[in-house]
Design a protein around this ligand. Structure first.
Ligand code: APR
Length: 167
């Protein structure tokens, strides 16, 4: 069973084998956390993303981590659902993002992974519900990953993830 930990900070500074970015379907970079990860990993990340994309919402794809410092070896790009009110399978797509990232982390032999709060920024997914989906999905997924970090970028996101973990 993986240990799930909530931290507040920048995902590009996490010392895990894999970091997850909240991408768009092109995998060529964007704003928000995707912008930060692409800036930290360097220009090769967008080229690698373009070579394997597009990525469907709910799915995930891995590339090398390029200029990100060790121990980070891979970036897993996942595409969250755009929030459209909750009646368009957004919850199922978001859960799929977390599940697929763990599946790929297992394929890569990763033992630690850091997730941002997928879809809760530009894509508008309500953060409290997204936190509960993230924790419930990760806790119910079997994986060889031993350490899962949920990285909150601000205090509110941190509090919501801690509350979700305590449910
Ligand atoms: N480290 C950790 N978390 C971060 C960072 C960072 N450096 N920067 C932003 N975040 C947080 C945001 O505060 C938000 O809680 O990541 C969460 C996800 O927000 P977005 O990055 O906007 O991702 P998302 O809502 O999934 O929208 C994806 O935005 O940037 C574009 O190309 C991307 O089209 C895609 C869309």
């Amino acid at each position: 069973m993986a240990v799930i930990e909530v931290v507040q900070g920048d995902i590009t500074l996490q010392e895990t084998d894999v970091i997850v970015t909240a991408a768009n379907e092109s995998l060529m970079g964007g704003g928000g956390v995707d912008g930060a990860v692409h800036r930290a990993a360097g220009r090769r990340l967008a080229d690698a993303g373009a070579a394997i994309g597009p990525c469907e919402p709910g799915d995930a794809m891995a590339t090398p981590a390029f200029d990100l410092d060790p121990p980070v070896q891979y970036v897993i790009h996942t595409v969250g659902p755009v929030w459209e009110g909750g009646d368009h399978a957004e919850a199922e797509v978001l859960a799929s993002c977390y599940r697929r990232c763990l599946e790929i982390a297992d394929e890569l032999g990763a033992r630690s992974i850091a997730f941002p709060a997928i879809a809760t920024g530009v894509y508008g997914f309500p953060a409290e519900k997204a936190s509960q989906i993230a924790v419930a999905t990760l806790m119910s997924s079997s994986t060889r990953v031993e350490q899962i970090k949920l990285v909150a970028y601000d205090q509110r996101a941190y509090d919501l993830l801690v509350a979700a973990l305590a449910l």
